[in-house]
Design a protein around this ligand. Structure first.
Ligand code: AMP
Ligand code: GLY
Length: 427
């Protein structure tokens, strides 16, 4: 088979790396890619926003399966364009990607099926939103309805902060149309985790759980980022919690899809808050998580290509997945200043010293090739991912390799997995 991966982050590297191991895959293509692409795949060098060029390439090249990594092309309708060209693609249509592209749509589905989530109200003007906020208790949770590059959620203790965010959205239109409808929702307490599940329109097949670490600093302090690291599986998602995720969230979601004639084919990302053993939905996304994919795929024993094909063909019913025992840990190396402004084009050294080590993989994100050198090219630069028999082993093993990589301004968290470790510490 010829398989094409779309995207350029650590998630796409993890997808491409796992697909490359599949006996079903003869030729792998990956675009726009990053400095790691050449090792694994052919890179046609096409940008993600030129959907027609991508579809023509896939048609001309005889691509059997295209796997879309990020949400922006999905919400923009890349799957629809590929379908119009008779191509097979993993990822929902634009209509179905609204589960991520419109928080209001996702909430409506959840309300109809009584899926546990924070209750919310919607506003399309600043004055009424402000009025509602003034009557609510902190912490306040304000969300732009549409995609906002991960910046559309404001969780704040002060009314001033949310008021400023509302001014940004309604008056300054910082998120364009995405911010002209907002949701104000109740604050959920608990511990966050992620469950990714393949969905073929009728059946749902969960992957192992994972846990992202979004804030920039240790101890979950500071502003949110795209993700500073992750572990899998997440100890907070015990077998009992996973059963509840399936029974109270994923199966009702599939029922909602059936009732609304939504033929969702792709992955559902359930961002969860777990409180006293009960899961609540924080958000649904229409794609694999980043950095969650980077810790989930290294533990996958099954053939990823086969699983993605079964999903697309509607054949998940009797499909099962097997997983390696143990844990994975991902420490994300970022550019100094991220998630604010940062410099690119810094020379990365030491990558050769972490190659070919068993149970260790470095997934590239914001990197680019310059001749024989590799330069930084984004906020999140590299993911150092190690596996181990225990969570502690995975964490210690991963951190023992992080210091071998260097570039000016390098920054990373030193406590990835700290929440997970609490489940193994004696009281
Ligand atoms: P999102 O972009 O929807 O993932 O939201 C970003 C982060 O905001 C989440 O990972 C949570 O930490 C936090 N968050 C979102 N909604 C809520 C909520 N209702 N209660 C508490 N925290 C929330
Ligand atoms: N790790 C957060 C996300 O992928 O949305």
């Amino acid at each position: 088979m010829k398989v094409l991966v779309l995207g350029s982050g650590g998630r796409e590297h993890a997808i491409a790396y796992t697909l490359a191991k599949s006996s079903m895959v003869d030729t792998l293509y990956w675009t726009p890619g990053n400095a790691a692409t050449r090792e694994l795949a052919e890179n046609p060098g096409l940008p993600l926003d030129d959907m027609d060029a991508l579809a023509s390439f896939a048609g001309d090249e005889g691509i059997d399966l295209t796997v879309v990594g990020p949400e922006i092309p999905l919400v923009a309708g890349i799957t629809d364009v590929f379908h119009q060209n008779g191509l097979t693609v993993f990822g929902p249509t634009a209509q179905d990607a609204r589960i991520e592209g419109s928080k209001s749509f996702a909430k409506q589905l959840m309300r109809e099926k009584r899926i546990p989530t924070a209750s919310s109200r919607e506003f399309t003007d600043k004055i009424s939103a402000l009025k509602a906020l003034r009557q609510a208790d902190p912490p306040y949770v304000l969300k732009a309805d549409g995609l906002a590059a991960g910046k559309g959620v404001i969780v704040a203790r002060s009314l001033d902060e949310v008021e400023n965010a509302l001014t940004d959205m309604f008056d300054h239109r910082v998120f364009g149309a995405s911010g002209l409808k907002v949701l104000i929702e109740d604050f959920l307490e608990g511990e966050e985790a992620t469950v990714l599940a393949l969905c073929d329109g009728k059946n749902i097949l969960p992957l192992i759980s994972s846990q992202d670490h979004k804030p920039i600093h240790d101890g979950d302090k500071g502003p949110n980022t795209g993700g500073m690291g992750a572990i899998a599986p997440a100890p907070v998602v015990s077998p009992r919690v996973m059963d509840r995720v399936i029974d109270t969230i994923l199966l009702p979601l599939i029922e909602a899809f059936a009732e609304q004639k939504i033929d969702y084919r792709g992955v559902i990302y359930a961002g969860l808050m777990i409180k006293e053993g009960y899961p609540y939905v924080v958000e649904f996304n229409c794609r694999f998580g980043d950095p969650e994919a980077e810790v989930v795929f290294p533990l996958m024993e099954s053939d990823l290509c086969e699983a993605l094909l079964c999903t697309v063909k509607g054949e998940l019913k009797n499909h099962t997945l097997t997983w390696k025992k143990g844990y994975a840990c991902d420490v994300v190396l970022v550019s100094g200043g991220y998630p604010g402004s940062y410099e690119k084009e810094q020379l990365i050294t030491g990558l050769d010293t972490v190659q070919g080590i068993e149970n260790l993989t470095v997934f590239h994100a914001g990197t680019r090739e310059a001749g024989k050198e590799v330069l930084t090219n984004g906020g999140r630069v590299l993911n150092v991912v190690g596996t181990g028999k225990t969570l502690k082993e995975a964490i210690d093993f991963t951190y023992s390799h992080v210091d071998k990589i260097f570039y000016d301004g390098i920054f990373y968290r030193t406590d990835i997995g700290f929440r997970g470790m609490k489940y193994f510490e004696k009281p």
